[in-house]
Design a protein. Structure first.
Length: 308
């Protein structure tokens, strides 16, 4: 306990109020704080990258949704305008038929009145004299001329009304075609801007990829050159070693060939000696076999002679 106490006193006098253990712990704590700060910065950068990528994807999907909604609205508007045009055309046809029917009714009524007047004139002519008949004829002629003029005026009025309606329909169709062309030009400009953005992004990506590929190709060429030099050097060393081995092997083969030749000569001589021994043995066996055969023949000959 006294030694520990004097050691602490000596440490305070030597190192001051801060002990080495506290300084070491403070240093470790600061290192941990710096490491955690660097890690937190890296984590925020990664998170910002992920958020930017998500934002880009969301922006692309949002643009695609807007284009799809605009296209749907354009298609619905075209269908509505076509339906309106069909309804207007059918209404115009009905109005034309109605006006034609009204004109035909007026014409029939005029013809009826004319026939009635003609019948009245004929009856009056029958009742009156020739003088009165001449006046009636003149009157009827005047009425026919006026009726003809009225028919001409009615036809002219009907033709003018038809021309005015046709002009109104042509004006509506012209305005509709102009609006349609403006919408088409807006859609084409929007599509071109979108395609230009997409092409610009693809071109920038291609440039970055081309730069990376160029750098990779340069590194690959340098690596390929170094590998080729090392391969040529190793091939040269292997070829030199192979030549040395071939020369040594040729020497060994020559020695081995000489040994094999001597061994073959000795084998042939040994085989010749063995053949000579076998031939002498076979000759002796043949002689012995011939002798036994002669002895048998002599035995049978003596037996036959004794039997005879």
């Amino acid at each position: 306990h006294l030694a520990r106490k004097f050691f602490y006193l000596w440490a305070k006098v030597t190192f001051g109020q801060v002990l080495p253990s506290k300084a070491r712990s403070f240093y470790d704590q600061k290192i941990l704080q710096k490491t955690f700060g660097r890690w937190e910065e890296w984590w925020t950068v990664c998170r910002e990258r992920k958020l930017s990528l998500r934002a880009e994807n969301h922006y692309r999907h949002f643009l695609c949704g807007l284009v799809l909604k605009a296209w749907r609205a354009f298609v619905c508007q075209q269908q509505g305008e076509r339906n309106k045009y069909c309804v207007a055309e059918s209404h115009a046809k009905k109005q034309k038929l109605l006006r034609t029917w009204q004109c035909w009714l007026v014409y029939v009524e005029v013809q009826r009145t004319k026939r009635g007047m003609q019948s009245v004139a004929l009856a009056f002519r029958e009742r009156r004299c020739l003088r009165v008949s001449w006046a009636v004829w003149r009157r009827q002629h005047y009425q026919k001329c006026t009726g003809h003029q009225m028919n001409i005026l009615a036809l002219q009025h009907w033709a003018q009304s038809l021309q005015f309606r046709a002009w109104l329909q042509w004006r509506e169709l012209y305005l509709y075609s102009q609006n349609k062309k403006q919408q088409e030009t807006r859609a084409v400009t929007h599509h071109r801007q979108w395609e230009l953005r997409r092409c610009l992004g693809a071109w920038l990506g291609y440039l970055n990829l081309h730069r990376v590929k160029k750098r990779q190709n340069e590194l690959a060429q340098e690596l390929h050159r170094s590998r080729m030099l090392w391969r040529f050097f190793t091939d040269w060393r292997q070829l030199l070693e192979c030549k040395r081995r071939i020369h040594a092997h040729q020497r060994d083969l020559e020695k081995q060939a000489a040994r094999i030749a001597l061994w073959r000569v000795f084998a042939h001589w040994k085989h010749y000696v063995v053949l000579c021994v076998e031939e002498s043995q076979q000759r002796e066996l043949g002689v012995e076999h011939y002798r036994h055969h002669l002895l048998v023949l002599q035995k049978f000959w003596n037996h036959w002679k004794s039997r005879l």
